[in-house]
Design a protein around this ligand. Sequence first.
Ligand code: UN1
Length: 510
Amino acid sequence: MRDHTPAASVRAEALAILSSLGVPESAFAAQGLPARSPITGEIVATVRAMSADEAGAAIGRAHEAFLAWRRVPAPRRGELVRLIGEELRTHKDDLGRLVTLETGKIVSEGLGEVQEMIDICDFAVGLSRQLYGLTIATERRDHRMMETWHPLGVCGVISAFNFPVAVWSWNAALAFICGDPVVWKPSEKTPLTALATQAIVERALARFGADAPAGLSELLIGGRDLGEVLVDDARVPVVSATGSTAMGRAVAPRLAGRFARAILELGGNNAAIVTPSADLGLALRAIAFAAMGTAGQRCTTLRRLFVHESVYDTLVPQLARAYAAVSIGDPREAGTLVGPLIDGSAYEGMERALQEARDLGARVHGGGRVATGGADAFYARPALVEIPAHTGPMLRETFAPILYVTRYATLDEAIALNNAVGAGLSSSIFTLDMREAEAFIAASGSDCGIANVNIGPSGAEIGGAFGGEKETGGGREAGSDAWKAYMRRATNTLNYGTTLPLAQGVKFDI
Ligand code: UN1
């Protein structure tokens, strides 16, 4: 077992993990992209950045791989994903630890991220035998009509720093079983976990044997320009992009311009409603995790809270105490619940939003920098912001642990507030009243892709489709029938008779 104690230097530990996972020396370069740890702010390594031409060549290799991989039977493709899942199980501690070192997540969340990768692999393995089409009743005698699902082509994945490896896996596990190679452009902020994941995939590929073509899994390490290469390349028919709504606004029209599919997972401004009947103890714990967990840096983080006026004065002081008591610090330490923000600009964004809220007359509990980790590390105390109205910074996503809270009087009003922002990712209601619960998840209730009852808006499991509406981009990943986005559907009509009846009764006697 490697030394995973907090005292070990971040750099030494990260380099040891990378080397034991088999990341090649050639991945690093003195003049490369700096890979930084938010725990101390130190540069852990500099990684070699690819040129646009090299990215184009990687896409070319992936396209060649597609021509072979699409002919490998889907359950056999599933075997590769089974092996990836097995390698992830073997290396869960190391990869989870590296997620902690590179993103600043607490250890249990770093491990949870790798567990999410394992879960999607398991899901995809089963799915590799269930890529069902339909047979459909045809109006023509002695005919059969059916649909079949075929591999689509190279799948581009653009992922964000906050779930640096799980989001790749949601896409890659499905893409691989669907017959699509993957070209991955990870966040510039998290190249190390991407290199480590690629090394884990290489191990699985080596075990899988000859029918996995070279180029099945390509990694583009570098800046935004490489993402643009991926978005603009005609050999990439589907791109899954996770990040800000601004990023989605730039990417979506370029993909639409060449009729490529976009799976967009953009911003969230997720709300929860606490009704008079809520189990307040349970609500408190759920809110604390959803709003402060991952230092507020999940796309599903709880950012807006609507509390019924009859329970506000009970719940909100309790919440303020929880905010004051939460342990902030080195995410490797056992007792820590909140680690660092990813960098200084995240901290500045948080401070700006809090100042705006103060200017609107809000009462801010918490916030401010916590002096630990050194000058280049940015630890912030999570902030609970009692805001007089649903306005100002509450209407947008600030990627930091800020929870705005306000009162409501009627459920209709609370649902309208839940829906009154650009994003539409996740939402929840705390209630023991089944009418309120059903109203919230009904057609006229929450307009989000995820609507929960008596659990927070974050922490979804992979079996359900993950994604949201409106400015969140509309994409769905992971569970349910999300696999269909990675395949093309063909409708086949077969005539096994001797006549040629035309549909709609059309006559054409020649
Ligand atoms: C993200 O923040 O980009 O539901 C994804 C959740 C996690 C995934 C979050 N399973 O919070």
